[in-house]
Design a protein around this ligand. Structure first.
Ligand code: HEM
Length: 521
């Protein structure tokens, strides 16, 4: 075979100078690229949809804005909607929609299944997790065992685990009272959320609230993993390669990763112990997600292994920590930054918590009208997940927005279609002055209708599995901190420290941001 191949190729190339071969290859590549571009602009099923031509021609446009400019495409997409309308082509393959009424058509229940787009599933570098499962049925099988664990009922049952950590947070805040020493609420809240999610899911708190400085390395580690999300997307083989590199090389490339690797090792050991004896702890309070996985008939056999469990655990920690901490940090800033909001919230909490030392049960806090409005407005103004969430329908979807260039009103099947929570929450026709923090917009009678457009946890089969846990943390922490402490914002500016300027799936403020810092009086 080899001799035959040599005989065919050799005479063909013999006598050709190297430059001629390179020029021929380049010419072939150029002709191929031009043909692809012409196809994408003319005959491609998405050719009729509006949007910048450069985005339709090549994904390098997205690469430029998300990889080279660090998570900037989402913000540009918002501006592109002003220019091109509610449905736009943002890459050769993907459409983005800004019409809030389309949300429930895209993020649907199991009776109208959607797949995830592999390109966006690759962002987190955990291919065997349910978050990154592409096909609807694979996702269902992997997520099913945990649905019960994170249900509203389970959260109520485990309320004590959460409030215990809120009490610990308050004790730590107390240490700063009257000292004149600034307290980083950003790291304090992040410590709370990592302790809660680790205790809730793995029955083993990471003890970040016990650390003198609130273990900032946890948040920094999760942040640094998330900053790599676009690299993972464009080079999906990279996370697997990193896992196989010697530790010292990985540490050189990303010093924050040491915490994560150590934590993954701890987690693997804990999982292995449970795998060796899944019946252990069954009668105690120490049930973990791994017990659920191992004893659930729903989890496919192929997924009952250490790699799968570790990836699920890693996602829960990452998703559970930064998102909830972001809400607490941002919302607390806006409460303190708006004297009337603070006064009204304190008034409501004084009635609900006559003895500030006693935190009412969660269901009572959830019935407080103003606290609920503040929390919803916090989600609206600065949602914890701002990246566009792409879904694929195997059937064509009718679009309600006719455009001169897309007269068929049908989105072709198998097209990645995305919407973004940030775009939706900042729609001025629904939320006038969208950048203003105004809980009152959710108080007047039309508010119930307005609330359905606030979708911080997304919708449909792939909505946030941890939303009941997150809501519980947020209600308890805000109620306790606002009722018990007089705090004053310290050297924190909205533009520099709070407002979001990067989309790394979760939102991030400027590089100079130190988060919310306060003095406790
Ligand atoms: C304010 C807090 C939170 C916000 C705003 C939030 C937001 C979201 C959103 C928008 C999604 C959908 C992502 C997608 O479609 O790709 C999601 C998924 C997810 N969230 Fe959350 N989340 C929060 C808290 C939590 C917590 C506390 C946990 C952990 C217990 C968690 C675990 C997850 C997981 C595992 C998924 C993947 C669900 C799936 O693919 O089926 N989240 N979250």
């Amino acid at each position: 075979m080899d001799i035959l191949r040599e005989m065919e190729i050799k005479p063909l190339l013999e006598g050709w100078p190297l430059t001629t071969i390179i020029v021929a290859l380049l010419a072939t590549w150029t002709i191929y690229s031009i043909s692809i571009i012409i196809y994408r602009l003319t005959l491609h099923p998405l050719a009729k949809f509006p949007g910048p031509k450069i985005a339709a021609c090549t994904q390098l446009y997205e690469f430029y804005h998300d990889v080279l400019r660090s998570g900037q495409y989402q913000f540009l997409i918002n501006n592109l909607h002003d220019q091109y309308g509610p449905i736009i082509r943002i890459s050769p393959y993907e459409l983005h929609i800004s019409s809030p009424d389309f949300y429930s058509q895209l993020y649907t229940s199991a009776s109208n299944p959607r797949d995830k787009w592999k390109f966006s599933a690759d962002m987190v570098g955990t291919p065997s997790s349910f978050f990154a499962s592409v096909e609807h049925h694979v996702h269902r099988g992997r997520r099913m065992p945990l649905n019960k664990f994170f249900s509203k009922k389970s959260v109520y049952e485990l309320e004590g685990r959460i409030s215990g950590h809120v009490e610990k947070l308050c004790k730590r805040i107390e240490e700063f009272r009257g000292t004149g020493k600034p307290l980083s609420l950003r790291y304090a809240f992040a410590a709370l959320t990592i302790d809660v999610v680790s205790e809730y899911a793995f029955a083993k708190s990471y003890g970040a609230l016990d650390d003198l400085d609130f273990a900032p390395y946890w948040m920094d580690a999760v942040d640094s993993i998330l900053e790599g999300c676009y690299i993972n997307q464009f080079f999906p083989w990279l996370p697997a390669l990193m896992k196989n590199l010697p530790l010292w090389v990985v540490e050189k490339l990303n010093p924050h990763i040491t915490t994560v690797i150590k934590y993954q090792k701890d987690l693997s050991e804990q999982i292995q112990t449970i795998m060796d004896n899944p019946e252990q702890d069954k009668e105690t309070d120490n049930l973990t997600i791994f017990h659920e996985f191992l004893t659930s008939p729903d989890l496919p056999l192929a997924d009952r292994n250490l790699t799968h469990f570790t990836e699920e655990a890693q996602n829960l920690i990452g998703a559970g920590q930064t998102t909830t901490a972001h809400h607490l940090n941002t919302t607390m800033f806006h409460i303190l930054d708006n004297a009337d909001v603070l006064a009204r919230l304190k008034g409501e909490l004084e009635t609900a918590m006559p003895d500030p030392r006693i935190l009412p049960p969660l269901h009572e806090l959830e019935n407080l009208e103003y606290l609920s409005a503040v929390i919803t407005e916090g989600h609206r103004l600065s949602p914890g997940n701002i990246h566009r969430l792409a879904r694929i329908s195997h059937d064509p979807i009718p679009t309600p927005f006719p455009t001169p260039t897309a007269p068929t009103h049908l989105i072709p099947p198998n097209t990645p279609i995305s919407m973004s929570i940030l775009t939706q929450h900042h729609t001025p026709s629904l939320f006038p002055s969208p950048k203003t923090f105004s809980p009152a917009r959710f108080l007047s009678p039309p508010s119930q209708d307005l609330k359905r457009y606030v979708v911080p946890y997304s919708k449909g089969t792939r909505n946030c599995i941890g939303q009941n846990l997150a809501q519980a943390e947020i209600y308890m922490a805000l109620a306790a901190v606002v009722r018990r402490f007089e705090v004053e914002v310290w050297e924190t500016e909205r533009g520099r420290d709070i407002d979001v300027v990067f989309d790394f799936i979760t939102p991030k403020a400027s590089r100079e941001s130190r988060g919310l810092r306060v003095l406790v009086k």
